[in-house]
Design a protein around this ligand. Structure first.
Ligand code: SF4
Length: 324
């Protein structure tokens, strides 16, 4: 057991069966997450990036036990979250929360904001109406919302304010760990940075640990201590954020980085354009899954699966020919 980490995911696989015919026979599997291991230290933000369908959101849900892993284990503060009794599970539910991607879709439009934020208090703590109201006022102030608006409906708030409502709800039970699943993707860039700043402020004040999921590296840069890059169900690189941006080691990370517009537009930008589409996770390529699109691919790449190996402090890469 490695107590360096608050969250430790070991060899996580999540396969979804593909069924066909009248008898719904299983004819294959979508390998959404395929043997992924990583850890998150207490108080840090681990950014998880990759294109749509790479398995990052599925991995986030498995880490929270919202979806059961096909195999592998997730430890929270040393406890295997799949091997707990009912009481321990209730405690874990309080300690581990999620902020959803879509502030519109994840909030019930028929509920008042006070009900949305207060619901976890009612369910988990059986708080009285008075206790709930006091806590909702406190939580709305914490996330920069006017508490006098607590008896309004979500549609009366802007997109950024609705995401603050989602954040207030996620911290209602004073959790230790939060998965933010594309939490700022639906917001304008200026609103994005306000919400990221709020999340960082709350992290400092409450000692939170985040798994921050996004499809773009530019979004995770601001908030993450370390970043993991996923491609087609595999973790291909993990590094401290500054190291990753200074020198990506995996060709896929380099391609993602090259797509970020630079602040000096007069300088020539060497964009790495990946050929072809992301292959199906139901039938991933042999060897390195990135090899059909990799500009650095060699013969060995289609034959041998590259393992994610340690190549320096806090630095892992899964590539036979990492960039130097
Ligand atoms: Fe490219 Fe080969 Fe490295 Fe895969 S193992 S990323 S194909 S160089």
């Amino acid at each position: 057991m490695n107590r360096e980490y608050l969250i430790e995911a070991n060899h996580i696989k999540k396969y979804f069966p593909i069924k066909a015919g009248l008898l719904s026979r299983v004819i294959g599997h979508v390998k959404a997450v395929d043997d992924v291991s990583f850890g998150i230290r207490a108080g840090e933000t681990f950014g998880l990036v990759g294109e749509s369908g790479c398995g990052k959101s599925t991995l986030g849900r498995v880490v929270l036990n919202l979806q059961r892993a096909t195999s592998g284990e997730v430890l929270f503060d040393g406890t295997n979250i799949h091997q707990v009794n009912r009481q321990e599970n209730l405690k874990l539910r309080r300690d581990m929360q999620i902020i959803f991607q879509d502030p519109f879709g994840s909030l019930n439009p028929r509920f008042l904001v006070s009900d949305i934020i207060g619901e976890p208090l009612r369910v988990h703590l059986r708080a009285s109406a008075k206790e709930m109201d006091e806590r909702v006022v406190e939580l709305m102030s914490l996330v920069g919302l006017d508490p006098s608006r607590r008896n309004r409906y979500p549609h009366e708030f802007s997109g950024g304010q609705r995401q603050r409502i989602g954040i207030a709800r996620s911290i209602a039970l004073s959790p230790r760990f939060i998965v933010a699943d594309e939490a700022v993707s639906a917001l304008d860039v200026s609103v994005q940075s306000q919400v990221l700043n709020l999340m960082m402020k709350l992290q400092k004040e409450m000692g939170l640990t985040y798994l921050f999921i996004a499809h773009g590296l530019n979004v995770v840069r601001h908030i993450s201590d370390r970043v993991g890059v996923m491609y087609l169900g595999k973790m291909v690189e993990i590094a401290r954020t500054d190291d990753l941006f200074a020198q990506p080691l995996h060709p896929y990370t380099a391609a993602l980085l090259s797509a970020i517009p630079k602040p000096t537009p007069h300088r020539r930008q060497e964009r790495i354009v990946l050929q072809g589409d992301v292959p199906s996770p139901a039938n991933p390529p042999s060897g390195c899954r990135f090899h059909p699109r990799c500009p650095m691919a060699q013969e060995r790449c289609s034959k041998e699966i590259p393992e994610l190996i340690e190549v320096g402090q806090d630095r892992q890469v899964a590539c036979h020919f990492p960039l130097a």
